[in-house]
Design a protein around this ligand. Structure first.
Ligand code: NAD
Length: 314
């Protein structure tokens, strides 16, 4: 099949692109490299640098494409609170621009990578797709708005759509910005270095951590599985883990002495998150395979930023 992946040089986009190329599909990747790295891509992926709202570029890249994966987005929750207009422009505006270009060229299917963040603080755990969205950041609002656009426009224009609400993905290659690093990667880095591990809030907040390879399998299934049109489907591991528990698992893998500091001045964010995966199993045949401890070990072994330090601290 012929695919276009937006956000292809990012963490999830590059893992997906490389796996599809390995399976002998024709893969084009688009990314503006605002955070992505094209060196993460295998040579078989045809990479173009560009903005997801660049319609002439999209018209060219969409020729003969069977399915689009739309991952290009701004993804940092704290940053979105400072720059909501930028998040709206890229995450919502970029999605609408892509859908218009798909309509113009006649592409029939899009897999939109949405987020578990759209549920926000929610009593209905585990979170079923029918739970009422309750976004608590501009990032989450932008993902929800984009999801509604994809589904509504898709329905009106005869484009098949499926939206995957991915929970907290982690794994090798995940971007580690100094100002707002993702929790798993940051905790691995801090623990490897020794010294202080900072936990925001009381550490009791839970997330559903899912390893990148599991997410990639769900994304690949979504391109071809039948009867998905207009559906929203959760992708997680289906287990709730508190930040304190995450640290305990990390310390069971990395031999390091750390001092834990609770930073109660910062918000812990949403208090609980766990995905109900019934629909993913039924529609995508998706059963997550990689438990947290194994996923963390794989991350430490595969990620060049961690590998050498980890060798000395097993
Ligand atoms: P990422 O930042 O590594 O990937 C996003 C990519 O989009 C980057 O390579 C970036 O350069 C690119 N990009 C940003 N703005 C662009 C623009 N205007 N035009 C073209 N490219 C642009 O983040 P990720 O974690 O790989 O996230 C990928 C997608 O998955 C995002 O849509 C995100 O909302 C979604 N998601 C991620 C997670 C997670 O835990 N990683 C969870 C839920 C949803």
């Amino acid at each position: 099949m012929n695919f276009l992946i937006t956000g292809a040089a990012g963490f999830l986009g590059s893992a997906l692109a490389n796996q599809l190329a390995l399976e002998c599909h024709h893969v084009r990747g688009l990314d503006d490299l605002s955070t992505g790295d094209p060196q993460a891509l295998v040579p078989d992926v045809h990479f173009t640098r560009g903005d997801v709202s660049d319609r002439p570029k999209l018209w060219t890249l969409l020729q003969d494409v069977d399915c689009v994966y739309h991952l290009a987005a701004r993804v940092a929750v704290p940053e979105s609170i400072i720059y909501p207009r930028d998040y709206n422009a890229v995450n919502v505006g970029g999605t609408v621009a892509l859908m218009e270009a798909m309509r113009d060229v006649g592409v029939r299917r899009v897999v939109f990578i949405s987020s578990g963040a759209v549920y926000g603080d929610n009593q209905e755990q585990p979170l079923k797709e029918s739970a009422r969205p309750n976004p608590s950041s501009p990032y989450a609002v932008s993902k929800l708005a984009a999801e509604y656009y994809v589904r509504t426009i898709g329905g009106l224009w005869g484009i098949e759509t499926v939206s995957l609400r991915v929970f907290n993905a982690y794994g090798p290659g995940q971007h580690l910005p100094p100002s707002h690093p993702p929790v798993v990667m940051n905790m691995l880095r801090q623990t490897l270095r020794g010294g202080t591990v900072v936990i925001h809030g009381d550490g009791m907040q839970t997330r559903d951590y899912v390893f990148v390879d599991d997410v990639v399998r769900a994304m690949i299934a979504a391109a071809t599985a039948p009867h998905l049109d207009n559906l929203v489907i959760n992708v997680g591991f289906g287990v709730e883990t508190s930040v304190k528990e995450l640290l305990a698992v990390v310390l069971s893998i990395i031999n390091s002495k750390v001092e834990i500091v609770y930073n109660t001045r910062t918000e812990a964010g949403v208090s609980r998150m766990r995905a109900d995966l019934t629909l993913a199993a039924e529609k995508l045949g998706y059963i997550p395979r990689i438990p947290l401890a194994e996923g963390l070990r794989l991350t430490l072994e595969r990620d060049a930023r961690f590998r050498d330090l980890y060798k000395n601290k097993r």
